[in-house]
Design a protein around this ligand. Sequence first.
Ligand SMILES: Cc1ncc(COP(=O)(O)O)c(C=O)c1O
Length: 274
Amino acid sequence: MSVNTVFLNHAFVEETQASLLVTDLSIQRGYGIFDFFKTINGKPVFLDDHIARFYNSAKKMHLQISQTPAELKGIIAELMQRNNLPDSGIKMTLTGGYSGDAYTLPTAQNLIITQTALSIPKGLQEQGTTLVTYPYQRQLAEMKTLDYSMAIWLQPFIKEHHADEVLYQYDSFIKETPRANFFIVTTEGEVVTAKDNILAGVIRKNILNLEDTVFQLTEREFSLEELYNASEAFITSTTKNILPVLKVDGKEIGDGKAGKVTAQLYDLLLEKIG
Ligand SMILES: Cc1ncc(COP(=O)(O)O)c(C=O)c1O
């Protein structure tokens, strides 16, 4: 098997040769950010949205990216050429950097860009997914940080509750899952997703921006109670696109099947992805 090429700071290297020093703040304190997008048939999907979010996360976390967005796009294009993986996931990671006392934020960060083969199933996955709620508010929720401790720590809890993933709620208001945004369709047909203290997902944004549709798309707080009484629910993310949520906390949502609105939004999203 051939070894993938990665970009590390200023050079392309084989994945097996790419390494960081142990003084990096990502290792010492879990400090850093990333972003992740897919390529389909050799074309990055929603690249500008992901680049914008990556720079935004960096700025808000007081981290520097030495390259301009145009330079970064050039690096991504070259990486894609070198790896020749038409359907892939590309991850841009910016670590805190090397810290003398393993705590103080240094001025220079480390940039890593990796590419791995990824194929996303075609068609709405009718078998959907099952979630279990847990009271938690992600720290620094608007930035895509490296901190997934709660999600990983909750893996046994998720298993015990026969769920596929956790759904964070805080003060009884629904937020998001660790790796996806969450939507409900109310019995009145309103399509609702949380507004604040969440990561602004790229798929979420592209759904909210769907023009010329009959749907009423709203960003607002909604409660656990409203979720239990919804007629449909789904999650959105780069790797899942749209995935129906059939059960939450052991309760069926609507009739417990993938919903009509969910399927229509999926088709509209796919048209945008091309
Ligand atoms: C916390 C969180 N919310 C939502 C999402 C979905 O974002 P996107 O649609 O950009 O993949 C992610 C993606 O990993 C995430 O980590």
